[in-house]
Design a protein around this ligand. Structure first.
Ligand SMILES: NC(=O)c1ccc[n+]([C@@H]2O[C@H](COP(=O)([O-])OP(=O)(O)OC[C@H]3O[C@@H](n4cnc5c(N)ncnc54)[C@H](O)[C@@H]3O)[C@@H](O)[C@H]2O)c1
Length: 309
């Protein structure tokens, strides 16, 4: 039986693993976290997060092939595939403060994986991270690898809070990036086989590592641009007497543009709508996009309108 361990029982780790467990009864899934209250909540009738449909999914597979535990090291050591879904908040101090992602939790998870592993592992980046993070993680894992083979994959999560279960059941796409070596391809295939239990093959995209890491940041940047654009239009609406809902509806009817993510609002969406901003690890194009829609610029003279909160 393939064993999956997910480090981080948060908004992404919990629902994602619950859906994998539901759709793959032949796989054992253990979600681990250093937070005891969080794990207790996952094991109770009051889950730590609310998502429509989540209760049902957890009830169906918890205790069968889905488990929640604080015994992080044991389950990491036993796993074939380790998802790392820890928080990567925006740095509050040091280089890149207020902008770059803080990878402290990720790095400490990687060090722990290196310490406790005794067999080959596929390590999957689920957290949203700057491009080339996989390279840094690879260095930590292989520094003292004791002959263990680690394959790092990037498998960013695109779910949105509020529709997480629906998004996981029917994803627009699942993206898996890996090394372009025979071992890398084998690892990509192993993860593809997991998703293939319920995701149609043409929706599982495989790329190299950096394309997968960058695609998540690029998607965030595109989504942020749409909100920034409609917020800018809302200022024009105020000045001209136009109604931003009517304008957004009319614009979104164009099939080249589409209707989603065109509501004027106070922010980009959920906490994951952070933009790529770590200059050292970032290609220029993305930095430029990011500067066009900084958080500070996101709602010029925004006035919330009925139905657009
Ligand atoms: N929330 C979203 O909608 C969303 C969507 C897509 C991607 N993401 C990304 O996914 C990642 C996780 O986000 P989240 O919302 O699930 O975060 P979260 O804060 O809800 O959960 C992260 C969990 O990781 C645990 N953790 C941290 N370090 C650990 C360690 N060393 N060992 C064990 N557990 C540890 C924390 O205790 C916490 O429970 C972030 O990078 C985020 O940007 C989030």
């Amino acid at each position: 039986m393939v064993k999956i361990c997910c480090i981080g029982a948060g908004y992404v780790g919990g629902p994602t693993m619950a859906v994998i467990a539901l759709k793959c009864p032949d796989i054992e899934v253990v979600v681990v976290d250093i937070s005891k209250p969080r794990i207790e909540a996952w094991n109770s009738d009051t889950l730590p997060i609310y998502e429509p449909g989540l209760d049902d999914v957890v009830k169906q597979c918890r205790g069968r092939n889905l488990f929640f535990s604080t015994d992080v090291e044991k389950h990491v050591a036993e796993a074939d595939i380790i998802f790392v879904s820890v928080n990567t908040p925006t740095k509050t101090r040091g280089l890149g403060a207020g902008k770059a992602a803080d990878l402290t939790y990720w790095e400490s998870a990687a060090r722990m994986i290196a310490d406790v592993s005794k067999s080959d592992k596929i390590v999957v980046e689920k957290s949203t991270v700057p491009v080339k993070t996989a390279e840094a993680i690879e260095k930590i894992l292989t520094h003292n690898s004791k002959g263990i083979n680690y394959q790092i994959l990037s498998n960013p999560e695109f779910l949105a809070e509020g529709t997480a279960i629906e998004d996981l059941f029917k994803p627009d796409r699942v993206l898996i990036g890996g090394r372009e070596t025979p071992e890398g391809r084998k690892a990509v295939q192993a993860l593809k086989d997991v998703y293939a239990h319920w995701v149609p093959e043409d929706r599982i995209l495989t790329t190299n590592l950096w394309s997968a890491e960058l695609s998540k940041l690029a998607a965030n940047a595109f989504l942020a641009q749409r909100i920034s654009s409609v917020n800018a239009i809302s200022a024009l609406c105020e000045a001209t007497g136009a109604n931003v809902s009517e304008v957004a509806y009319a614009v979104g009817k164009d099939t080249r543009i589409g209707p989603k993510f065109l509501n004027a609002s106070v922010g980009f969406g959920d906490q994951d709508q952070r933009l790529p901003e770590e200059p050292v690890r970032e290609p220029r194009g993305v930095v430029h996009v990011q500067h066009c829609c900084r958080q500070e610029d996101r709602c010029p003279r925004l006035r919330l309108q009925e139905g657009h909160r």
